[in-house]
Design a binder for this molecule. Structure first.
Ligand code: F3S
Length: 402
């Protein structure tokens, strides 16, 4: 791999052992994909997970003296002050989260603790080369903003933030950004929730870059967020094309780069019903114990919608909304936090659904509008009935779901 003199100096330790190790990791990745060299990045997002291995790597970098050259935004763990104060995490778990915080702070990261930075705090320009990890983030920056990122891991994105470069391969190159699979959507698409189900079609769509046709003219930012998150829960996708939306897909021909699709797939209402019943959701028709929203993190618009639906009412079960500190502060200023709290709901910042703070719902059943929210916490013993947002809100008010 060809390296500039500056990168050769970095590899030899001129900028410290941490930067040298980060670059070594990236050279390893690059060599796997025959990358000819490295390209500078201008933005990054690290999918910090508050898990053992993630902390091990971040602390290793800290101990080797690494500091970020391009300060990345980071994913949520859990809000330490909130859950510690309420005794919802053990001392050991609180200490772990505290160490994660210290490590990423020392590295120089932007401690946004949010999994949807592409909606407000970290928005790249078209063709900007970036290093984004996190399931919904990579497809969003490639497919909606037209930036260029491979499907980074938390660790490779952190290495990129430290070195300021990424190996040139995959989606950084024009020829690898063309569509492979024509996905004709015949299923009814009538809400942002429909995109959760569409994204969960990864197994049917199969490998490659999907090109969706048959979608409505306007697709909300939340719908794109849902589509990307679920494509990476049911499969592995760093990019999709929607004609007229994805900057590189003004026409169907451009989306496929003038070539024929390798496959064509049709998505129907029957597909949606089947995955919802067999792969995503508990069958329902039962009492529920809680409601959880915000996987990925909710937008201000969504909190507004939920607050309006709950205004003046009393919830039968606890209702939690996970979001960024920025959105929480917005909705607090808007008076929505008071409305939600009066109904019995709560908004928590910096928190992910796949964290030990939700232990209190082990063995219980909740409602959520997110298949991803149902998928990951299952290993922690939480079960979910997945329904559209209105049905979930009705269920939280009544304490039971159809
Ligand atoms: Fe975000 Fe955690 Fe869900 S990072 S997408 S809340 S699993």
């Amino acid at each position: 791999m060809e390296l500039t003199q500056d990168l050769r100096d970095m590899l030899e330790g001129k900028y410290g052992e941490g930067a040298a190790l980060a670059l070594k990791v990236q050279i390893g990745v690059g060599e796997c994909f025959n990358a000819p060299g490295m390209a500078p990045i201008t933005n990054a997002h690290v999918a910090l997970s508050n898990q053992e291995m993630d902390l091990w790597f971040a602390e290793k970098m800290v101990n080797l003296g690494a500091r970020v050259k391009v300060s990345p935004t980071v994913n949520p763990g859990f809000c330490l002050s909130y859950f510690k104060r309420r005794h919802m995490v053990t001392d050991e778990e609180a200490e772990h989260m505290g160490r994660v915080h210290e490590a990423y702070k020392t590295l120089g990261c932007r401690l946004t603790y949010n999994c949807t930075p592409y909606m407000d705090t970290n928005i790249p320009f078209p063709n900007e080369i970036v290093a984004f990890s996190e399931s919904s983030a990579t497809p969003y920056v490639n497919s909606v903003w037209g930036a260029r990122s491979n499907r980074e891991s938390a660790q490779s994105a952190l290495c990129a933030a430290i070195t300021g470069v990424v190996p040139v391969y995959g989606l950084l190159l024009d020829e690898n950004r063309k569509g492979d699979v024509l996905v004709e959507v015949k299923a009814k698409i009538d809400s942002d929730f429909s995109y959760n189900l569409l994204g969960y079609m990864g197994k049917k769509i199969g490998p490659g870059i999907p090109v969706f046709v048959g979608l409505p003219g306007h697709i909300s930012p939340e719908a794109h967020r849902n589509l990307g998150a679920e494509l990476n829960t049911s499969g592995a996708y760093a990019m999709y094309h929607i004609v007229g939306v994805t900057p590189e897909a003004p026409t169907l021909e451009a989306a496929f780069g003038g070539k024929k699709p390798k496959r064509a797939v049709v998505i129907t209402d029957e597909d949606f019903k089947r995955v919802l019943a067999t792969e995503i959701s508990d069958p329902g028709n039962r009492e529920i114990d809680f409601a959880l929203f915000g996987c990925p993190h909710t937008s201000t618009k969504e909190v507004q919608y939920i607050a309006k639906a709950l205004e003046g009412k009393k919830l039968a079960v606890p209702l939690w909304i996970m979001t960024s500190a920025l959105t929480k502060s917005n909705v607090e200023k808007m008076g929505l936090l008071d409305v939600l709290r009066a109904a019995g709901g709560e908004v928590v910042e910096d928190t992910c659904s796949d964290q030990p703070c939700w232990r209190l719902y082990k063995g219980k059943v909740g409602v959520t509008d997110s298949p991803k929210c149902a998928y990951y916490p299952r290993k922690r013993g939480l079960e979910f009935v997945v329904r559209d947002l209105d049905t979930c809100l009705r269920a939280a008010l009544e304490g039971a779901v159809q």
